[in-house]
Design a protein around this ligand. Structure first.
Ligand code: SF4
Length: 250
């Protein structure tokens, strides 16, 4: 298990410990007070905390099982994807309290999501696969409008849009360049892909993965050598590897 996955799993474990401590504390209060209504309320809280803690414990055991057994149990996979989606906002707050950088938690979240998406071993036709990338990957002085149609790129090689065009032609996948979240959502709605390879910064990638519930999204964090949202880059080999994984070799 990589270090990046461990941050998210570590936070889940801290949450379980906190919930268990909460249950023990409430049990102590119930023992020391005798009002019926008060005890009813406390017992309901104890039940709720216990159910959540048990669910999280099974989630971690299920995840470790998937990592080591290499099983592609679809039901377990879906339960775990739901678990990481639902627990993400709480773990982000918990991570903030513990002084863990937001980016690190988001990288860990993306890593676990990608592992779960890959472990399904589902294959798609290339035309059902969409590569979605933000506009900042285009060279800022380029005058060709690739957001409407990536084929407007003249492949001068000054940015990696040309590499994405090459991948599109080599594998027959779809590629969309969006200037923001709304247009990215519109591209998904219009193209109706069965799987997505999304390229973005940690924050946009996490919100995109959380947004798209029905189809698998494999996330690739972009590189920002010139600062955020400006002439960004992506590891093209990683994109190609993800295409090959999703399409059974293209
Ligand atoms: S590779 Fe395409 S998008 Fe990038 S600068 Fe050249 S023409 Fe513009």
């Amino acid at each position: 298990m990589t270090g990046k996955k461990r941050i998210f799993l570590g936070l889940l474990s801290v949450l379980i410990i906190l919930l268990t401590a909460g249950v023990l504390f409430l049990l102590y209060i119930v023992k020391s007070k005798s009002s019926v209504m008060y005890n009813l309320l406390m017992n309901s809280l104890i039940l709720l905390f216990s159910i959540v803690a048990i669910f999280l414990i099974f989630g971690i055991i299920g995840f470790i099982y998937l990592v080591y057994s290499k099983s592609n149990n679809r039901t377990l996979n879906k339960i775990l994807l739901t678990l990481i989606d639902v627990s993400y906002p709480v773990l982000q707050i918990l991570g903030g309290i513990l002084g863990i950088e937001k980016d690190k938690i988001q990288q860990s979240f993306t890593n676990i999501n990608n592992f779960l998406v890959n472990s399904r071993h589902e294959k798609y036709m290339p035309e059902d696969l969409l590569i979605l990338t933000p506009h900042c990957i285009q060279f800022n002085e380029c005058k060709f409008k690739v957001t409407n149609d990536i084929d407007n790129c003249r492949r001068c090689g000054r940015c990696q849009v040309s590499d994405l065009v090459k991948l599109k032609e080599k594998y027959g996948v779809k590629v969309a360049i969006a200037t923001g979240g709304t247009l990215a959502r519109k591209a998904v709605k219009d193209i109706k892909p069965k799987a997505i390879i999304a390229i973005a910064c940690e924050r946009d990638l996490t919100s995109g993965i959380l947004d798209v519930k029905k189809i698998p999204v494999y996330g690739i964090i972009n590189m920002r050598p010139n600062g955020p949202c400006f002439n960004t880059k992506v590891n093209i080999d990683e994109v190609e590897k993800a295409i090959i994984n999703f399409t059974n070799g293209g």
